[in-house]
Design a protein around this ligand. Structure first.
Ligand SMILES: [Zn+2]
Ligand SMILES: [Zn+2]
Length: 104
């Protein structure tokens, strides 16, 4: 199950489960759209992959027998922060950004 992380791992802004600003890489690293567009330029600082909008988990268990939805599987409350410095991120991004995600 996808871990719905509560914040941008770079600028620390809140990204609640129904934020339309949340972006994730395939490893669930989570950033806001502004950081992805301006600083990261669609390069995950950790894995080097691209980003996609984070899907919104429904509030409600639409199939009660399956116990899904946010009420049953709430968002994480553990705030995460990238361990890389701005310089490390810039050098990583500038090395990879010219490649489309499918070619990385
Ligand atoms: Zn951000
Ligand atoms: Zn990643």
């Amino acid at each position: 199950m996808l871990e719905l992380r509560p914040n941008c791992e770079l600028c620390d802004r809140d990204l609640p489960p129904h934020s339309d600003e949340a972006r994730i890489c395939s490893y669930e690293c989570t950033y806001c759209a502004e950081c992805v567009d301006t600083v990261l330029r669609n390069v995950c600082p950790t894995c080097g992959g691209g980003f996609a909008p984070r899907p919104m988990r429904p509030l409600k268990a639409w199939r009660p027998e399956l116990n899904l939805g946010l009420a049953n599987h709430p968002a994480s409350t553990k705030r995460r922060h990238s361990k890389f410095t701005s310089d490390e991120i810039e050098s990583h991004v500038s090395q990879i950004e010219h490649l489309a995600p499918k070619d990385r």
